[in-house]
Design a binder for this molecule. Structure first.
Ligand code: ADP
Ligand code: MG
Length: 641
């Protein structure tokens, strides 16, 4: 197979299952794997002399074989010391350890050797396998792909996912958010930026309900003229179909104990087999109302063990879990400040969203609205990725009038900006701005004859930089010597399609320019990011009070300094009368230095500050009357006053 397919495939690289699709001749096709299955377990087995991937690897789990690695998506781009890794590692049957720079390494025994593999190496095996399935299906070599990741994935996680693809020999045209891909699958956003329709289409808000094997993600997305902005995400990284299985398994295990006095937990292999049987029964109960669970080799004497499970029983066992899911949807809506009535579409994603009881509860929450579930929910994300792949690849095979005009954009997860006077955070690119994006802001000097400016870059949602996350800093040196406020310094923030941030400061008059590129590894992790957003909400009132305090402090200190300068530049020492007039100054300065912090209301601060300002103005007028100023250039400290 030498001919290269010049289009791109779409891959949903899932935590428990992955799926690959392609758009050919205007038709989306989900590509089956070697076993004929349309989804593939994200599972890799290092077994005997073979590395097995997908169903072959998962089948070994049920046989209790060692050397099986899964959940690579939970490790990719994470640090070993992170809380989630520490907690997850307790339930993984494989060993993980810290590598260089706190990276996660997975240990496996293979061909008599101990291998230490990175999560991206594991994921690359899954990607390689899917690529191979696609090549067999299309009949050409595949080199390009669009891969999806959860909306909350940070730069490092996205970056490592790309690295996994590179190992598998795939060029990633774009990393797309899973909920965005799901919306694309339903044609949402496609065509809304075209021809006559342009400008007429209203923006719509949709909810993507993604309930998979081990994770649960709810996203609220605004789709506007072909662009997708994630408004809010909520969910649980450890809630999914596996928990539904566990609840059923516990019930069956209790029954085995009560009816046959068998403790299934004593036999790891049988337990794995029973868990697989429970999953199968659960899946069947999404279509039928009652199922027989059958297991052989369990009872003494070779009798089959059977138990009838009704859909009602499964629902009863999982009632709490289902309620929890609905509460998460409500939280996402609340975070996005949106009501269920305002949602145009509810999109079902993830195999577990097939559960009828959940669909019933969602229909009730969204007041009878029909749910988008026509496409197989475990294929929707891969299909959306394939649609995006066809848009991005210039392949005539994949070009279609329908998709030609869609521009897909991701967003900046946290606001980015610089520190300005007194530790305030000046946002240059607000959170949720679609990328790629470029913004320029003009700044100037704060002191006369200042020749260096420090550009300190932060990300975060709090108004004071001390509460935000510093991304880096640099100094622009040798700018034009002039009075404060005169030089023009342009600061450009640009974020490329992959989220990489570059900051450039330029002072054109002196021809000076300097840049800083923020490495993805320096950005906050998703955990820290959601914490930041929480904190910003929690401390909103305190923060705005702090800002008023800092502003007041800044203004008054400026005034005090001005008075002192005026006094110092008088030819004669200040008269006794004037000295008396500025006697309040020490009190004012004391207030700014010590007492201001204890004020708890903006009104009180403003009242007190106004009084001091009034006195300052009077003193200043007085001090400046008849003052003969010494030209600043001639002062002894080289011009700085
Ligand atoms: P991922 O979390 O990796 O994205 P999927 O979206 O493929 O995974 O979801 C896998 C989960 O969906 C598994 O827990 C599986 O048992 C569950 N599932 C698949 N089909 C059904 C069904 N018909 N009814 C209920 N659950 C299902
Ligand atoms: Mg999924």
């Amino acid at each position: 197979m030498n001919e290269v397919f010049d289009g791109a495939i779409g891959i949903d690289l899932g935590t428990t299952f992955s799926c690959v699709a392609v758009l050919l001749n205007d038709q989306v096709q989900v590509i089956p794997n070697d076993q004929g299955n349309r989804t593939t377990p994200s599972c890799v087995a290092f077994h005997a002399d073979d590395v097995l991937v997908g169903d072959a690897a998962k089948n070994l789990v049920a046989r209790g074989a060692p050397g099986i690695v899964y959940d690579a998506k939970r490790m990719i781009g994470c640090r070993f010391s992170e809380k989630s890794i520490q907690e997850d590692s307790r339930r993984w049957p494989f060993t993980v350890k810290a590598g260089e720079q706190d990276r996660v390494l997975i240990e496996v025994d293979f061909k008599g050797e101990k291998l230490s593999l990175s999560p991206e190496q594991i994921s690359s095996k899954v990607l390689e396998y899917l690529k191979h399935c696609a090549e067999k299906y299309i009949g050409k070599r595949v080199t390009k792909a669009v891969i999806t990741v959860p909306a909350y994935f940070n730069d490092a996680q996205r970056d490592r996912t790309k690295a996994a693809a590179a190992i598998a020999g795939l060029e990633v045209l774009r990393i797309v958010n899973e909920p965005t891909a799901a919306a694309l699958c339903y044609g949402l956003g496609i065509g809304s930026g075209t021809g006559e329709q342009q400008g007429k289409e209203k923006a719509i808000d949709v909810v993507v309900f993604d309930f998979g094997g081990g994770t649960f993600d709810v996203s609220v997305i605004t789709i506007d003229a072909g662009s997708f902005a994630v408004r809010a995400t909520a969910g649980d990284t450890h809630l999914g179909g596996q928990d539904v299985d566990s609840n059923l398994l516990k019930y069956v295990a209790d029954n085995l104990m009560a009816q046959h006095n068998i403790n299934i937990h004593e036999n790891t292999r049988q337990l794995a087999k029973l868990r697989a049987a429970c999953e199968k029964t659960k899946r069947a109960l999404s279509h039928s109302t009652s199922e027989e669970l059958v297991m052989d080799g369990l009872l003494p004497g070779g009798d089959e063990y059977t138990i009838n499970i009704s859909r009602a029983k499964l629902e009863e066992l999982n009632a709490k879990l289902f309620d929890q899911c609905i509460a998460v949807v409500q939280k996402a809506l609340k975070d996005a400040a949106i009501t269920p009535e305002e949602i145009a579409e509810v999109i079902l994603v993830g195999g577990s969203s097939r559960i009828p009881k959940l669909q019933e509860k969602l229909t009730a929450l969204f007041k009878g609205k029909k749910l988008c579930g026509a496409v197989n929910p475990d294929e929707a994300v891969a299909i959306g990725a394939a649609v995006q792949g066809s848009i991005l690849s210039s392949s005539p095979e994949q070009q279609s009038a329908k998709t030609a005009d869609v521009v897909l954009m991701d967003v900046v997860p946290l606001s980015i900006g610089v520190e300005v006077d007194n530790g305030k955070f000046d946002v240059i690119i607000p959170r949720n701005t679609t990328i790629p994006y470029k913004a320029v802001k003009e700044y100037s000097t704060v002191e006369d004859y200042q020749q260096d400016v420090d550009i300190v870059v932060y990300e975060g949602e709090r108004p004071l930089t001390k509460h935000n996350h510093k991304l880096g800093e640099f100094s622009l040196e040798g700018i034009t010597r002039a009075k404060k406020g005169v030089p023009t310094i342009n600061v450009t923030f640009s974020v490329d399609a992959d989220g990489l941030l570059t900051i450039t400061a330029t002072e054109a008059a002196a021809g000076k320019s300097k840049s800083l590129t923020v490495q993805n590894s320096e950005r906050l992790s998703d955990e820290e990011m959601s914490q930041m957003i929480e904190m910003a909400k929690k401390f909103q009132k305190e923060d705005s009070l702090q800002v008023v305090k800092e502003d007041t402090r800044h203004t008054l200190e400026g005034l005090f300094q001005e008075i002192n300068t005026s006094l110092a530049t008088m030819k004669q020492p200040p008269s006794a009368k004037l000295q008396k007039r500025v006697k309040f100054l020490p009190h004012g300065e004391d207030w700014v230095r010590e007492k201001l912090d204890h004020y708890e209301s903006v009104r009180e601060i403003n009242e007190k500050a106004d009084k001091i300002k009034h006195l300052c103005d009077k003193a200043l007028k007085r001090a400046q009357t008849g003052v003969e100023r010494v030209p600043i250039e001639e002062t002894q400290d080289g011009g700085r006053v």
